[in-house]
Design a protein around this ligand. Sequence first.
Ligand code: AKG
Length: 247
Amino acid sequence: MDLFAMENTQEIPFALPKIEGYSVEWDESLKGFCIKVPNGELFYSERFFSKKISDRALEYFLENDKLSLDKTNWREISDEEFSKVEFKNIKWKRDSIKLYGKSIPLPRYTSWYGDKGRDYTYSGIKSAPNEWNKGLLYFKEQVEKVAGSKFNSVLMNWYRDGKDYLNWHADDEKELGRNPIIASVNFGATRDFIIRKNDKSQKISIPLGHGTLLIMKGELQHFWQHSVPKRANVNESRFNLTFRTIL
Ligand SMILES: O=C(O)CCC(=O)C(=O)O
């Protein structure tokens, strides 16, 4: 018996607007909440992955040829030093976006994995996928069982601490199809994942913690945006994996 998994309670750990169009149901077999919001659906499992697996994930993502996992302050490593570190399992990189003719580095590291040929473009950055590895395939297979969908790619985000963030956007690129199912897996520091209606009339703050799975589906990407805002009190790294299907 996995004692950590039993920490799943049936009390949803975040607030939903108390208005029409919302409903929550605990699914005992999936150990998570099926949530209906206006024009969209979510699935939330707070401790989908055990503590043991989640702790191993943190090591796995950071194993490298130079720096000690627990003693390194990743915020203090310059981009040049970072580019010389060879990570054993994940090919982390710092992308830049073009804004008003200027090249601006993203406030986080990213990495893209997937089936051959499943290139993906977001924020003007075109990424050819790295080849799947054992660890990522393990996570993919676990979330596919719950999502009821097969994924062929994953976008990884590494937020070094609360100063790293992600701006408002929707995952509405045409390669993802009309109503994409997107499975978000999270390890490390808990961060608030905020979703808001496109007209800003409704907002939900969803804590994504060590081992949490969140699935977004239905029409959500057409009617809602999401973001991960800065949090001054967060000093630890957080890793997010969003599994997707590129058509
Ligand atoms: O870090 C997260 O929870 C969100 C990631 C995300 O929305 C994205 O990469 O598009």
